[in-house]
Ligand binder design. Structure first.
Ligand code: ADP
Length: 225
């Protein structure tokens, strides 16, 4: 039987626990992301969607509950193991591109691969393939400042996929773009995800974008419904 790409079991998270200003953000969140599945995460602002994505992506730890990637429980794993798993298995995309301004589009896609132990030539080849797939082969040598908002975000998708992760976690990936650009760029992201067969959890406020995914989960009052 195939394990889910990502499994969250009864995740609990409270900020400032035990203090008067405690914020109980996640009360009990459980979610399985099957291999190849693309799920929309819809939540009102402040509901805890970034918190959930950070815990799922091993950037933050929960107070209780378990996080497993491809059947491997990483909840209590040492920091080094969690960091390795994150580098290898998880790609992140944020609302803002967060590309390194002094490097070209291609270099921004190459660098995470070098950090993951890929050789220079193979990393450059993969960057070329990815940038080509998102329609940016003519922009590979441009720095982020010389790219449009939609192009910057497409480079950010390529960077997230550079190490061929199992899971893509995206927080409003087209939220900074005007509606028409957002629509086109979101299609590029979905195509890339479908082509590579990876699983994705994509936070969005936009019902039209959510409708293009396999299913929608809503985060309300600290649980998924
Ligand atoms: P969303 O992404 O859905 O807008 P967040 O996950 O960013 O929500 O935040 C959820 C709640 O937790 C908010 O009320 C926010 O103010 C609070 N919060 C987030 N991070 C911290 C933190 N480091 N310390 C205290 N409270 C936090």
């Amino acid at each position: 039987m195939n394990e889910p790409a990502l499994r969250l079991e009864a995740i609990v998270k409270t900020y400032n626990r035990g203090r008067p200003n405690a914020v109980e953000v996640l009360r009990s969140v459980s979610l399985s992301l099957e291999a190849g599945e693309v799920v929309a995460l819809v939540a009102p602002s402040g509901a805890g969607k970034s918190t959930l994505l950070h815990i799922a992506g091993l950037l933050d730890t929960a107070d209780a509950g378990r996080v497993s990637i491809a059947g491997r429980d990483l909840t209590q794993a040492p920091d080094r193991t969690r960091t390795e798993a994150r580098r290898r298995d998880v790609g992140f995309v944020y609302q803002f591109h967060h590309l390194l301004p002094e490097f070209s589009a291609a270099e921004n896609v190459i660098l995470p691969q070098l950090a993951n132990g890929t050789g220079k030539a193979a990393a450059a080849d993969r960057a070329t393939v990815l940038l080509d797939r998102v329609g940016l082969s003519g922009r590979a040598d441009h720095r982020p400042a010389a790219l449009s908002g939609g192009e910057q975000q497409r480079v950010a998708f390529c960077r997230a996929l550079a190490n061929a992760p199992r899971i893509l976690l995206a927080d409003e990936p087209t939220g900074n773009l005007d509606p028409a650009t957002s629509d086109v760029v979101f299609d590029v992201l979905l195509e890339l995800v479908r082509d590579t067969g990876l699983s994705a959890l994509i936070a969005t406020h936009n019902p039209d974008l959510a409708a293009r995914m396999d299913r929608t989960v809503r985060l309300e009052d600290g649980t998924l419904i």
